[in-house]
Design a protein around this ligand. Structure first.
Ligand SMILES: NC(=O)c1ccc[n+]([C@@H]2O[C@H](COP(=O)([O-])OP(=O)(O)OC[C@H]3O[C@@H](n4cnc5c(N)ncnc54)[C@H](OP(=O)(O)O)[C@@H]3O)[C@@H](O)[C@H]2O)c1
Length: 370
C-alpha cells in the first residue's frame, strides 16, 4: 500500500521536477549580449554577431575585441569566408533539438561562420607548422570576422598558390562533406555509377568533381538551368529534376549521395544496386526544420539498414587537416575547382544568408573581406 503511494507520488513529482528544471534551464540560458559589464573593445575588429535566434535580421556587424592567439593557435587575418546551410541552422536554432547544444533560449556562441581563408598574422609560441605571412584556409567557428584564431593542429592548412582566397574559403565544409560522403560512406571505386542528388549546390559541385577524380561515372541531378554547369564540372549524365524523377529512371547506381532528401528511402532503394550504398547528406530549407528536421532521415536509415541488402547511411562531416590537405592536392592538380556563385561583403552577410536560405545557390556563396 505504502509502495503504491510512493510510486503514485513519484509519477507526478518526477515529470514535474523535470518540467521545472527545463523551465529554469531555458530562462537562465543566455549569452554575452546579456552581460552589462562587457567593456568597449580596446583593440577592435569587425565581426558578425547575433544575440538571439531568428531570421537573418538578427545578424549585426559589430566591433568586438580582436582575438589574441593562445600558445597553440594562429591568428589569421581573414581575406574571404563562405556561408553554409550550417550557418542558418545556428542562426535560427533549428531544428530545435540542436538548441540542447547551441543554447536553449539564446545562442551560447554569438559568433557566426566556419569557413575562412586568409593570412597568418601571428602565431602562438608553441606553433611550428605556420609562420606569419603564410596564406591558409580552414574551418573555425566565428570565421565571419576580420580575424579568427584557430588551433594550429586542427582544421587549417596552407592555401594552394593556384587558388584565390575566395576559392579556398569556399572549400572546407562543403568539400570535406563531399569527400567524406563519397570516400568513407560511399566507398566509391573507379568505374562505379554514382548519382549525386543536388549536384549544383555547395556540396554537390564538389561531389561531382571528387567522384570524377575517383574514376566514377557520375550522374548529377539538378534543375535545367544548372545542367550546363553540372556538365561543365565533369558529370557524365545530367537529370533535370523538373522533367524527370531520378528514382523512376530504371537505372541502378552503386552509390547515391543525397544532398536534397526529397525522395523516400524506398524510392532511393529502387535505383540502388542490391549491394549499393545510399549516403544521406542533408536537405530541407529553413521552413522544414521543426523539432528534428533533417535528423528524421538518419533515424529512418538507421532502422532500415539492418533489414535490407543495401547500405543505407548518413554522414556527419568532420573538419580535419588531413582531408583539407587531400582537397588541397586535388585542387593543385586541377582535378577540383571551387564553383563560386555570388560574392558579398562582410556587412552584407545577412543578404548572403537570405540568398542561401532560398536553396538556389549554384556552387558556393562567399564573403570577401579584401
Ligand atoms: N551531413 C553533413 O555533415 C552536412 C554537411 C554540409 C551540408 N549538409 C547539408 O547538405 C545539404 C546541401 O548543402 P549545400 O551546401 O549543398 O546546400 P546549397 O548549396 O544551399 O544547395 C542548393 C542547391 O540545391 C539544389 N536543389 C534544390 N532542390 C533540389 C532538388 N529537388 N533536386 C536537386 N537539386 C536541388 C539547388 O539547385 P536548383 O536551384 O537547380 O534547384 C541548389 O543548387 C544541406 O541540407 C546542408 O545542411 C550536411
Amino acid at each position: 500500500m505504502k509502495l503504491k503511494r510512493v510510486l503514485g507520488w513519484s509519477a507526478i513529482a518526477i515529470p514535474l521536477a523535470l518540467l521545472v528544471a527545463a523551465f529554469i534551464a531555458y530562462w537562465t540560458s543566455g549569452n554575452t549580449c546579456d552581460d552589462p559589464n562587457i567593456a568597449a573593445p580596446g583593440n577592435p575588429m569587425q565581426a558578425i554577431v547575433y544575440c538571439d535566434y531568428g531570421s537573418a535580421d538578427v545578424l549585426r556587424l559589430e566591433n568586438i575585441e580582436k582575438p589574441v592567439p593562445a600558445d597553440d593557435q594562429v591568428l589569421v587575418k581573414v581575406r574571404a569566408a563562405a556561408v553554409n546551410p550550417l550557418d542558418w541552422h545556428y542562426m535560427r536554432g533549428t531544428p530545435y533539438i540542436m538548441r540542447i547544444e547551441a543554447g536553449l533560449r539564446k545562442p551560447k556562441d554569438t559568433r557566426m561562420g566556419v569557413d575562412f581563408a586568409g593570412t597568418v598574422e601571428a602565431v602562438g609560441r608553441n606553433v611550428t607548422r605556420f609562420k606569419p605571412g603564410d596564406d591558409v584556409f580552414g574551418g573555425r567557428s566565428g570565421a565571419l570576422a576580420e580575424y579568427v584564431t584557430a588551433r594550429a593542429d586542427r582544421a587549417v592548412v596552407l592555401k594552394p598558390p593556384n587558388l584565390t582566397f575566395e576559392q579556398a574559403a569556399a572549400v572546407p565544409i562543403a568539400a570535406i562533406t563531399a569527400l567524406q560522403g563519397l570516400r568513407d560512406e560511399g566507398k566509391v571505386q573507379p568505374g562505379q555509377k554514382v548519382l549525386i542528388n543536388g549536384a549544383s549546390g555547395g556540396v554537390g559541385t564538389f561531389a561531382v568533381q571528387i567522384a570524377k577524380s575517383f574514376g566514377a561515372n557520375v550522374t548529377g541531378v539538378c534543375s535545367g538551368r544548372n545542367a550546363d554547369l553540372v556538365r561543365s564540372i565533369g558529370a557524365d549524365h545530367v537529370i533535370d529534376y523538373t522533367k524527370e524523377d531520378y528514382t523512376q529512371s530504371g537505372e541502378h547506381y552503386d552509390v547515391i549521395l543525397d544532398n536534397v532528401a526529397n525522395r523516400s528511402l524506398s524510392d532511393n532503394r529502387r535505383v540502388l544496386k542490391s549491394d549499393g550504398k545510399y549516403v544521406l547528406i542533408g536537405g530541407g530549407g529553413p521552413n522544414d526544420q521543426g523539432w528534428i528536421g533533417p535528423l528524421a532521415g538518419p533515424v529512418k536509415t538507421l532502422f532500415l539498414s539492418p533489414f535490407v541488402s543495401q547500405d543505407m547511411g548518413m554522414l556527419l562531416a568532420e573538419l580535419n587537416k588531413e582531408d583539407l590537405t587531400i582537397l588541397s592536392d586535388l585542387m593543385q592538380a586541377g582535378k577540383v575547382t571551387p564553383v563560386i556563385d555570388r560574392r558579398y561583403r562582410l556587412s552584407e552577410v545577412p543578404a548572403a544568408i537570405r540568398y542561401l536560405e532560398e536553396g538556389r545557390a549554384r556552387g558556393k556563396v562567399v564573403i570577401t573581406l579584401e
